[in-house]
Design a protein around this ligand. Structure first.
Ligand code: GLU
Length: 432
């Protein structure tokens, strides 16, 4: 039944479950179950063929008790107000669990970027900012890239905002290109962050990472660097990645005996994350159905595509060897999948902990923008590793102390921090 629930209902259900465990008072629950502010707007664009098309845009600001709202903008054909609400809510927990002085937000545009020209995309980006500029800014809401958006798009958006306010304002968007206020390490950040968390989980479970095998879903930015990191940082093998083929409009799994070479696959992948199938086959890769990734003999599964793909049906196909599910994507596992993990003692690294590396590096980018002084890549990745490791252990400690599952523990850490900030700011006074 709950397989039918949408992403926002899932986010609320997960919250309600932990609110009950924490015995939160009803008023606090009501504040945190819903976003504080929501925006919905239309973006008219003159297309290259001269016609005008109108795109639907969104921004949701879930909670800013701990600092400015923070979170990406997705360009996706299946975007809805509820997906954006869910993702904004998860951003509040993500920033809190990573102990960043930031709140949660998310934006979106209903569109398929792969079908748009560069000029059309630039117009959507500038139109998004024209609709939202009064309600975003370095001190109140700072968007970033996400599914379907790129550093170049953040560069256009930052430029539009700077024009509108009449002042160069790099800290209004993060994930910008290098040379235009971007940070070293931002490209690798989310994927490497996943790997730092997986490394800590393996230490905890006493798994030798050099003998470990991972199977990865997706081959966008997160999956690409999770695959590279699994091989280059942990010394393990990646059995496969899967990827959405935008030409065939279906997903495929790419595997290779002895493990895939992620840097090779990256070299034959276009900017939308579609691997050149012929080139892969010529290089000896086996190309299977999109769901085959979950059936592989692997110690670690890393779903790093989009929501809901690990569910009651697909978990039945998992191999007995799987010990860790590390959620690179936001919301990849359903409630039924969680029940399966609990029953089978599979260690889960929940999404808003596992993929917090992106927003953590976004935070570093903002700090560098504010100082107008930029760190080296080594410095950024070192600080990222420290933050991810601390976040992982804060959650693990709570899980062990309270005897709860990792997702619940991550929620407990995050919700407690947000409630504390609301209390300290006096938001919970009766006069409010
Ligand atoms: N879109 C990324 C996420 O979901 C990064 C957000 C950010 O950097 O603000 O975490």
């Amino acid at each position: 039944m709950s397989e039918q629930i949408n992403a926002f209902e899932l986010a609320q259900k997960q919250f309600d479950h932990v609110a009950e465990m924490l015995n939160l008072n009803p008023g606090v629950r009501e504040v945190l179950r819903w976003p504080m502010r929501e925006y919905s707007f239309r973006i008219p664009v003159r297309m290259d063929d001269g016609t005008v098309r109108v795109f639907q845009g969104f921004r949701v600001q879930h909670n800013d008790a701990r600092g400015p709202n923070k979170g990406g903008i997705r360009f996706h054909p299946n975007e809805t107000f509820d997906t954006v609400r869910a993702l904004a809510t998860w951003m509040t927990w993500k920033c809190a669990v990573a102990d960043l002085p930031l709140g949660g937000g998310k934006g979106g545009v209903i569109c398929d970027p792969a079908t748009l020209s560069s000029n059309e995309k630039e117009q959507i980006c500038r139109g998004w900012v024209q609709a939202m500029w009064k309600n975003i800014g370095p001190r109140n809401d700072v968007p970033a890239p996400d599914v379907g958006t790129t550093p170049q798009m953040m560069g256009w958006m930052m430029d539009e905002y700077s024009r509108l306010v009449g002042q160069y304002t790099p800290g209004v968007f993060t994930g910008k290109p290098l040379g235009s206020g971007g940070s070293e390490g931002r490209t690798e950040a989310t994927g490497y962050g996943v790997i730092y968390a997986v490394r800590e989980a393996m230490k905890h479970l006493k798994i030798d990472s050099t003998k470990a095998v991972a199977a990865i879903e997706g081959f966008g930015n997160v999956a690409q660097y999770a695959a590279i990191g699994f091989v280059e940082i942990l010394g393990g093998k990646v059995a496969c990645v899967s990827c959405w083929d935008r030409h065939d409009k279906k997903a495929y799994t790419y595997s290779k005996k002895g493990g895939i070479d992620p840097r090779f696959l990256l070299s034959i992948t276009d900017q939308y994350g579609t691997i050149d199938r012929k080139a892969a086959e010529q290089a000896g890769y086996e190309v299977e159905d999109g769901e085959a990734w979950i059936t592989k003999e692997a110690d670690v599964l890393i779903p790093a595509a989009i929501e809901g793909h690990v569910n009651a049906e697909t978990v039945k196909k998992m191999s007995d060897r799987v010990k860790i599910v590390a959620e690179g994507a936001n919301g990849p596992c359903t409630i039924e999948a969680d029940e399966f993990f609990k029953a089978n003692k599979i260690f889960n690294i929940p999404d808003f902990l596992c993929n917090a590396g992106g927003v953590t590096t976004s935070y570093f980018e903002q700090v560098q923008n504010d100082m107008n002084f930029y760190w080296t890549k080594e410095e950024v990745l070192q600080r990222l590793d420290t933050k991810m490791t601390q976040a992982f252990h804060a959650v693990l400690q709570t899980a062990e102390k309270e005897g709860v599952y990792m997702r619940d523990a991550a929620y407990m850490v995050a919700i407690s921090r947000v409630v504390k900030a609301m209390e300290l700011r006096g938001w919970l006074n009766a006069t409010w």
